[in-house]
Design a protein around this ligand. Structure first.
Ligand code: IVH
Length: 672
């Protein structure tokens, strides 16, 4: 091969390799295999070694790391790198819009994700990457070009028709999967784990040897362009152009970027991502709202630190580190013991968190919890926060391990653990005070006996006053007894309770069955049992074999029902309830015959509906012979989606190819 041919082949290989890079790292649509790619890269490496005069600093060979940088050069930014003004609530976003509109009238906004990574400014001259500089103090930053070249989703050479001079700004970050992979590798090597993707990205970019940076597998998203000859005056359109030049830009189809001209549109975007961000492949810490028109941006101008044409809406932190002060143990109505972490108060997503559920003894053992540990607390989508990890390296000397008790913290009875269950139980159901109160509280609840005026607190007062010992005692209560309780009790409240108790005698049998609190017999199972068995009397004598014949009833539930009726005390209470006139059998007038339009189909219901309440739509499914389930699986026949169904559910349904129908389609399915 002569000099000319070498030069030609080097250019050809460089072009091909960059093209494959773009297909793989930006478009996620490779057209060749790894081996073939490596073959081309090796050939290029060989030629560059032989003809170093043709080896460009932007050669694809630099992706795996060029020369070591001793000290990063500090360089001046051509356009200062400003920061965004932050807001933490929707009111501030609305104020931003109002201020913009007051100055320039109605306008279009671009909304995009606020990537939680490290800001970078990339300079291109004639389409060649010439510099990559960190934000630094906004005026000057570190020249980390050799490290930047190793980030595969950053184009080294632009494609198509691009301006001669261009600065592309964006964020360098880790995809969560890559970060997890990195940590898994470190764990295997016995190295200390990285704390979070953002700090690790920042640390990686400051490595002196680009080869080390290349191994980390960083990624990049572009969020703005700077230059004298940008293709359009719309930020949104310019981002589309940047995608054509080979940059990784936000994908409109995945709602990574969107335009709107209303506050409502902005709020909807924020609302969507506040939930959907949990399923995203990278961390984001907010949403950025920008005036789309570059001329209007100029008109609105800048404050000393930030543009007046943009605002960031920051999501509230949902996790944080705090100290574990103690572990308490709660006894539920079924006797289940739940360990509860007592925490040094911490502000998460706008509320102060002092306690977190620890679920059971296994969970404590798995976390290897010690009192005094610094623990990772997470709010997630749930109401009760949980502990997701322990900072083992920060454990105070002599911190005692958390040990699960052997006896009930309330009544001292030895705890039991049933086979196949994770929970410990206090078996002293008739004399352990929180179990008594808990059972009565459950009994009076809205979906059970629905007794007005009796809440958790009142039940506690009645139990402590010795007026009631079990649910049947409610029916012997007299108004005078309530009035004598003194504080807080008047004619009105006493009447309400007495009337509520009387009215509960008309509650249908299926709810009574749920109310008496047989372990594992929830709302749905109670309904099935009531319809199939018909009465309490019959239920009490069914055998294990007969019970498991009933839909929804497995061996655990069947055993639990048999155990319940085996206890003399339970039979006595049920007997008394019957004497007081509580429904003990299905009323043939109120149970509608079950139709079979939805027979064999399983539904998941999500969101809110126009013509049904949530309970109503479930009722409609069951009364037509269908099944309702809480989570989407491959067995789900349909997801019935109302307004604001969660994006996580939709993604799950899509990935399992479960059809998602709306309420009108559902109504058509059950029409007579
Ligand atoms: S625009 C003039 N858009 O957030 C402001 N910034 O405080 C230009 N960031 O350091 C920034 N995602 O690195 C913009 N979609 C996005 C962004 C974003 C993340 C970072 C940026 C900057 C900080 C702003």
């Amino acid at each position: 091969m002569d000099r000319n041919q070498a030069q030609h082949r080097i250019a050809e290989l460089s072009g091909q390799l960059e093209d494959h890079n773009h297909k793989y790292y930006v478009l996620a649509a490779p057209t060749i295999g790894d081996q073939e790619f490596d073959g081309l890269l090796k050939e290029l490496e060989r030629l560059e070694l032989q003809w170093p005069e043709f080896a460009s600093p932007n050669s694809p060979t630099q992706r795996v790391g060029g020369d070591i940088t001793k000290n990063f050069l500090v360089v001046q930014h051509k356009y200062p790198m400003l920061s965004l003004s932050n807001s933490y609530n929707k009111e501030e976003v609305a104020e931003f819009v109002a201020r913009v509109e007051k100055e320039i009238g109605q306008t279009i906004y671009t909304m995009e994700l606020k990537y939680d990574g490290v800001a970078i400014s990339l300079s291109y001259e004639n389409g060649q990457l010439v510099r990559g500089v960190t934000r630094g103090d906004g005026e000057k930053g570190d020249d980390i070009t050799s490290n930047v070249r190793t980030v595969r989703s950053i184009p080294l050479q632009l494609r198509g028709s691009f301006p001669d001079q261009l600065e592309a700004r964006g964020e360098i970050l880790f995809m969560r999967a890559q970060f997890d992979r990195l940590n898994a590798e470190r764990e295997q090597n016995g190295e200390e784990l990285y704390a979070n993707p953002r700090n690790t990205a920042a640390g990686s970019l400051k490595q002196q040897d680009p080869k080390d940076v290349a191994k980390r597998g960083l990624d990049n998203f572009i969020y703005t362009l700077q230059g004298e000859q940008l293709p359009t005056r719309s930020h949104y359109e310019n981002m589309r152009a940047a995608a054509e030049w080979g940059f990784k830009t936000p994908d409109p189809q995945r709602r990574f970027i969107e335009r709107t001209d209303t506050v409502e549109g902005i709020m909807a975007f924020i609302g969507y991502w506040d939930i959907a961000r949990r399923d995203l492949e990278m961390d984001i810490d907010g949403i950025v709202i920008k005036v789309d028109d570059l001329r209007i941006q100029e008109e609105l101008g800048y404050t000393a630190k930030s543009p007046r044409w943009a605002i960031a809406y920051k999501f509230q932190a949902e996790q944080g580190l705090t100290r574990l002060n103690d572990v308490g143990y709660q006894v539920g109505r079924t006797g289940a013991i739940t360990p509860v972490a007592e925490l040094e108060p911490i502000l998460l997503a706008g509320t102060t968190v002092k306690r977190a559920s620890l679920h059971n003894a296994d969970q404590i053992a798995k976390l290897d919890l010690h009192i005094g540990d610094l623990v990772q607390v997470e709010k997630g989508g749930e109401i009760i926060p949980k502990i997701t990890g322990v900072q083992l390296d920060q454990r105070p000397a002599g911190a005692p391990p958390v040990t699960f008790p052997h006896t009930c913290p309330e009544c001292g009875t030895e705890l039991v653990r049933y086979e196949g269950e994770a929970q410990h139980y206090c078996p002293n159901e008739h004399a352990c005070s929180p179990q008594i109160t808990g059972r009565i509280e459950h009994f009076v609840g809205r979906k059970m006996m629905n007794i007005d005026g009796l809440g958790g607190e009142t039940v506690g007062v009645l139990v402590r006053a010795g007026l009631i010992h079990n649910v049947a005692d409610l029916y012997t209560l007299e108004k005078d007894q309530l009035l004598q309780l003194g504080k807080g009790w008047g004619e009105k409240s006493a009447n309400q309770v007495i009337e509520g108790i009387a009215a509960s005698k008309r509650i249908p049998f299926e709810q009574v069955l749920f109310a008496i609190g047989i372990r594992h017999v929830g709302e749905t199972v109670a309904k099935k049992l009531a319809r199939n068995v018909g009465s309490m009397e019959r239920l009490a004598v069914l055998s294990q074999e007969e019970l498991v014949q009933i839909e929804e009833v497995g061996s655990v539930i069947a055993k639990s029902i048999i155990d319940f009726f085996a206890v003399e005390g339970n039979r006595a209470i049920v007997g008394k309830l019957k004497e007081h006139g509580v429904s003990m059998e299905v009323d043939p007038d109120t149970v509608k015959p079950i139709g079979d339009k939805l027979k064999g189909l399983s539904f998941v219901v999500s969101g809110v509906f126009l013509n049904f309440s949530r309970d109503g739509i479930k009722e409609a499914i069951e009364s037509n012979g269908g099944k309702v389930s809480g989570s989407i699986s491959s067995k789900t026949s349909y997801v019935v989606a109302g307004a604001d169904m969660g994006p996580a559910k939709r993604t799950k349904a899509d990935s399992l190819k479960v059809p998602v129908i709306d309420e009108n389609e559902f109504t058509r399915m059950i029409q007579p």
